[in-house]
Design a protein around this ligand. Structure first.
Ligand code: PEP
Ligand code: MG
Length: 755
């Protein structure tokens, strides 16, 4: 059967007919290669599909020997077909045999063909196979032909992804499409999760690929582009209002792409070649992904992310679907997979069904990571390309011990993890048994372990962990999940519930810490170059008396008849603390005057998060009832290193003498002044870091509930006195963070201290 050359549109129309026919997968593939060969006046058209073992298997051919189908294979990187798969780039050769990569497969009988055009079959930037046409003559294929073949490859990609060809592969050889992946990232939250993927921003699946009416598709594309540009401008305007610095950069990049003529031209060309507008978006994006994802340049890779987002937006606009998080039904064991997300977005998911979280970006001290730890869901971040590889519904394992993520894990890995989960449960049981033990080092130093909390659901952890109290209650979380500003009565009821839930154990509330990366949707903020150094926390509170005073009043009323511990975040100058303190007292007086009961005792503290306080320590200690070191912020400011930056995460070590020396000074001065001091940043929850903190004089640590067991297990076996001498002596010398880390580890090893 031969058809006449009739251009890509006719080819696509014919393909659409073949796709719609009620026939088996092999027959469909056979027909497809025949249609392509006829349309492109090629003597050969072949489809190779990538298997999980790295072989490209010939699945269908017109022109080569039929007996070679499912027999002939090439490895990725070998031969021209292997080269195309490896590089995810088309190859257009008038004389294929002259190419150095040419490998002759005798079983196919292809020696008589000279010219060769091959394109990768791509989906989300991944190579699924290779589509080839060949001719006897030394001909050069035109640009249009290359385009047409690429477009055809897209149709194939959809067919592959729809699962139609799974059963065709040689028995025992799985397709690469369903290949298991083992990915590595950084641990953001401890725990192990076995579950199923839920893409936070689900990929839009385009089912209608081939245009019925090209003019109509072109005008749909133009319309969608126009609306995309408007929505990006609008987002940008709103982003400016909300003052989201980093977000703004991303939006600017969006705007740049949305106006980019190269991108728009490629989209138009793909539609002109016969694709629907949405298929064109997918094709151009897939090509772009294939090209850019091989780039080692982090800047380019970031831009690729931006482009992905933009393409997704465009697709949603075309399909009339709203933007926003996953609409798909949430599996009962959901593992959310996302590029990155805010803490509030994570809280939007049904906690009962949430098992794990995997992020492509992020940093362990970012707020989403802190919330994930508070929720007790295993989280791994900085996992390269996981969004591109995962599909909603895929089985997945998140190992929040090693930082591994197993996508579509093979059976033996899954079994190993079922074992690991059992083992962890046993260890948790051991930790639970420690719960009743007095928290004291082997040589008799009493250590107070507290938990960090922020939502009602954290309260049960207090009893479960056996912690002495809540050392940091992040009040802003309640504000972040509310859709409007919580009124006085609501706040009061909430704080009372927290105090009741704590059953007499002390709770240290922190006043609202918003601004910076913690944005409240209902509070207007202003654009800032450096939000972390900007109008946030106590600065915002003092400038918005109604806001802070309402919170103070709510806390005072909630603590009626008991003690109120309250601390203020981001204090930079003593005067700020004094002013806040004055407000507490005037609110108290006001309440009493109006016949309300308030707290029996008020203890007010400052968080030490801004380095300037290190030079005002003695004066500060005179004014406060207690201090709490917020090491997350203090570290970011001391090291001038954004706590949310993916690239800087792990670059500087909290065990650095530059950080530990001032911390030691804080502990020493506080002891001298007779004022309690605690540390409530993330480092307190890591056994090795906690060991160092005890050694330099801290006796109260506040951490995520899951960390209490491991830290307690460490300290129960610790002889603190000799370790203290050793670490303090080392700190007085010229040592590095890694030497200190090695020393602590060796110490723990020798003394059989579990860390
Ligand atoms: C800190 O900065 O260390 C801290 C405990 O506060 P947050 O992490 O909420 O900023
Ligand atoms: Mg802080």
């Amino acid at each position: 059967m031969r058809e006449t050359l009739a251009g890509p549109r006719v080819l696509l129309r014919r393909l659409r007919e073949v796709m719609a026919e009620p026939i088996g997968a092999q027959e469909r593939l056979d027909k497809i290669v025949r249609v392509i060969a006829a349309n492109m006046v090629a003597e050969v058209c072949s489809v190779y599909i990538l298997r999980a073992d790295g072989a490209l298997e010939l699945f269908a051919t017109e022109g080569l020997r039929a007996t070679a189908v499912h027999r002939a294979t090439l490895r990725v990187g070998r031969g021209l077909v292997g080269l195309i798969a490896a590089e995810a780039r088309p190859l257009n050769l008038p004389d294929a045999q002259a190419h150095p990569a040419f490998a002759y497969l005798p079983e196919t009988g292809e020696e008589i063909y000279h010219s060769f055009l091959g394109v990768p079959v791509l989906r989300a930037g991944r190579t699924l196979g290779v589509l080839v046409v060949q001719n006897r003559s030394h001909r050069s294929y035109t640009e249009e032909e290359v385009e047409a073949l690429q477009t055809t490859a897209m149709v194939l990609a959809e067919m592959f992804a729809a699962g139609e060809i799974e059963d065709l592969a040689t028995p025992g050889a799985d397709l690469d499409l369903n290949r298991p992946f083992r990915l590595e990232g950084a641990v953001f939250a401890e725990g192990i999760a076995l579950g199923h993927v839920l893409l936070h921003e689900p990929r839009v699946v385009v089912t209608q690929l081939i245009a019925e009416d090209v003019e109509h598709e072109l005008s749909r594309l133009e319309e969608a582009m126009r609306s995309l540009r408007l929505s990006v401008d609008d987002l940008l305007a709103r982003g400016v209002e909300a003052g989201q610095g980093e977000h703004r950069d991303i939006l600017e990049a969006y705007r740049m792409f949305a106006q980019d003529q190269g991108w728009v031209r490629r989209l138009r060309e793909a539609v002109a070649a016969g694709l629907t507008a949405e298929a064109a978006v997918e094709k151009v994006q897939s090509d772009m992904r294939a090209r850019l994802s091989r780039s080692a340049d982090p800047y380019l890779r970031d831009r690729l992310h931006d482009l992905d987002d933009l393409a997704n937006r465009l697709l949603r606009t075309l399909l009339g679907r709203p933007h926003g998080p996953a609409g798909a039904a949430m599996p009962s064991d959901a593992v959310i997979v996302a590029r990155n997300m805010g803490a509030a977005e994570l809280l939007d998911y049904d906690r009962d069904k949430l098992r794990g979280l995997v992020l492509e970006d992020g940093a362990p001290t970012s707020h989403v990571a802190i919330v994930a730890r508070a929720l007790g869901i295993a989280t791994v971040g900085q996992v390269d390309n996981v969004v591109g590889l995962a599909e909603s519904g895929d089985p997945i394992i998140v190992d929040g011990e090693t930082g591994e993520v197993h996508l579509r894990p093979p059976g033996d890995i899954e079994l190993a993890y079922v074992d690991k989960v059992r083992f962890r449960a046993r260890r948790q049981e051991q930790f639970r048994r420690l719960r009743e033990k007095h928290s004291q080092t082997r040589d008799g130093a009493d250590i107070t372990l507290m938990i960090n909390a922020g939502l009602m659901m954290d309260l049960p952890h207090l009893t479960e962990s056996g912690a002495a109290g809540i050392g940091l209650f992040r009040t802003e979380l309640q504000f972040m999940i509310a859709s409007s500003f919580p009124r006085l009565g609501e706040q009061e009821a909430f704080y009372r519930e927290v105090l009741e839930g704590a059953q007499g154990k002390p709770v240290t509330f922190r006043s609202l810490d918003v601004g910076g990366d913690k944005v409240l949707p209902y509070i207007r903020s202003h654009p800032e170059e450096n939000p972390a150094l900007g109008w946030r926390a106590i600065r915002l509170g003092l400038d918005r008396p109604a806001l802070l005073k309402t919170q103070i009043r709510a806390l005072l009323k909630a603590a009626a008849g008991c003690e109120l511990r309250l601390m203020f975040p981001m204090v930079t100058e003593i005067a700020e603390f004094e002013r806040a303190k004055q407000w507490v007292h005037s609110e108290e007086e006001h309440l009493r005057r109006h016949g309300h009961r308030t707290a029996d005792q008020i203890r007010l503290g400052a968080m030490l998060e801004v380095p300037s306080l290190l030079w005002q320590l003695d004066e500060l200690l005179e004014k406060v009832d207690f201090l709490s070191v917020g090491s997350n912020d203090l570290f970011q400011f001391m090291m001038a290193s954004d706590r949310g930056s993916t690239r800087l995460a792990g670059r500087f070590d909290a065990l650095s003498p530059a950080f530990l020396r001032p911390l030691r000074k804080v502990a020493t001065r506080a002891r001298k002044a007779g004022k309690p001091v605690a540390l409530c940043g993330e480092m307190a929850g890591k056994p090795l870091e906690a060991m160092a903190l005890l050694a330099i004089g801290f006796r109260t640590l506040s951490m995520s509930p899951a960390a209490i067991g491991p830290v307690k297990a460490m300290l129960l076996d610790l002889d603190l006195e000799p370790l203290s001498r050793r670490i303090n002596a080392m700190l007085d010398e010229n040592i590095s963070a890694s030497e200190l880390r090695t020393e602590l580890r060796a110490w723990a090893n020798d003394e059989r201290i579990p860390v």
